[in-house]
Design a protein around this ligand. Structure first.
Ligand code: ARG
Length: 400
């Protein structure tokens, strides 16, 4: 390796990424490590921690704000009603955004390597590397490649006096961004263990209180709250606060990871739940039956690619062609009632509603397209015709 080889590390200031800093020099021969923290809407305290740890480590540290790009991707996910096994994909969608931002810093800073602190069991290693392996840089995953355990990391940090606050970051492994907060580890791994209330930070246990709010959509994108226009980041943050107070957006699921592991996962995602429910309600009003049913398959495929961290796949572009075509009519508004931990659509309106009062009502002589009530007689005669024919054949064979 030539002089002054630099490596860019995805840096959070937590135990995993902190021990990676000396390891990248000692075990991988790099001269300089730079730490990059990408802002996808983590709480302020996480940046403070990253900043402090970087200082104590004497680490050259960069913070990149990618909140807008990330929120835009989350809103693309809304148009695709995206969810994987009940999880609205916060961590999964954030990874390609983070990986891309780190790659850009690495290029600007003349790095020849890229490193992350993910383990070999999770999904995040795959999502990061799917982006990074398109570059010519060396991709390094010290925790996975050196087979590090938490105990080893704690001892290593203690020996070297690394700034990890006793090496303990709390009981659970938590990943937070604008779209969701995941809580993993410790007793929560056991599927039968009932999570205590204190794992939740964004949501309070539902009370009897209710509240209604109106979400406006344009071309399938959420654009306003109670008539006030808002940008994606602000709308998401506002709804996380607002709906979180009504206990909306908790999920406790069994999740099938990409490598085949089945794991218990807990999440909080109040804004995602409100926006996904509202969007679905508006589609139900404006799309035809066939569009609704076919779009479920499109949405499913989008969600799979989203979970894999492969939102740049050509397939996603093709799926979005269909999505774009349908979303031109997903303009209007939806009233959501926050109640008992649910965000339930209780009203919807759109200039593109397929619903017609005249057509649906029994109390009108008005006809649409020249159709009168009696025209259904012929349809009613034919309905079930083939089934009746088939059943006659079956019955006559039974008699033989
Ligand atoms: N299971 C979720 C996913 O794969 C959440 C992962 C949380 N990641 C983390 N580094 N704590 O998207």
């Amino acid at each position: 390796m030539s002089d002054n080889e630099r490596v860019a590390l995805a840096f959070s200031g937590g135990l995993d990424t902190t021990v990676c800093v000396p390891l990248l020099k000692e075990e991988y021969g790099y001269d300089e490590v730079i730490g990059v923290t990408v802002d996808v809407g983590q709480p302020e305290a996480e940046f403070a921690e990253a900043e402090e740890t970087a200082e104590a480590l004497n680490l050259e540290h960069y913070v990149v704000d990618a909140k807008d790009e990330f929120a835009d991707l989350c809103f693309d996910a809304v148009r695709a009603n995206a969810s994987y096994q009940g999880y609205p994909l916060g961590t999964a969608l954030a990874r390609p955004v983070i990986a891309t931002a780190i790659l850009e810093v690495a290029e600007e800073q003349g790095c020849t390597g890229l490193a992350h602190g993910c383990t070999g069991k999770g999904n995040d290693q795959l999502r990061f590397e799917a982006v990074w392996r398109d570059s010519d840089m060396e991709v390094i995953a010290p925790v996975r490649e050196l087979g590090l355990t938490r105990e080893f990391e704690q001892e290593y940090a203690a020996e070297r006096d690394l700034p990890v606050e006793g090496g303990d970051e709390g009981k659970y492994s938590i990943d937070t961004n604008l779209w969701s907060r995941s809580i993993e580890g410790s007793e929560l791994e056991e599927p039968s263990y009932v999570p205590p209330e204190d794992i939740y930070e964004w949501t309070t246990a539902p009370t009897g209180e209710t509240r209604e709010l109106e979400i406006g959509f344009e071309n399938g994108y959420p654009v306003s709250l109670d008539g006030e226009a808002m940008e994606p980041v602000e709308l998401t943050q506002t709804l996380n606060d607002l709906a979180g107070d009504y206990g909306v957006g908790r999920s406790d699921i069994m999740e099938d990871r990409m490598l085949g592991l089945k794991v218990r996962e807990n999440y909080e995602h109040p804004a995602a739940t409100v926006l996904l429910n509202a969007h679905q309600a508006l589609e139900d009003l404006v799309l035809t039956k066939e569009e609704r049913s076919f779009k479920k398959q499109i949405d499913h495929e989008w969600s799979e690619k989203g979970y894999q961290g492969l939102v740049n796949a050509p397939l996603v572009g093709a799926l979005e062609g269909f999505i774009e075509e349908t979303q031109t009519r997903v303009t209007g508004s939806v009233t959501i009632r926050l109640e008992g931990g649910q965000a339930r659509p209780v009203g919807r309106s759109s200039q593109f509603a397929v619903y017609s009062a005249e057509a649906a009502s029994f109390n009108t002589e008005d006809v649409i397209g020249g159709i009168e009530q009696d025209d259904a007689t012929g349809v009613a005669k034919y309905h079930g015709f083939q089934e009746r024919l088939a059943n006659r054949v079956i019955d006559s064979q039974k008699e033989e």
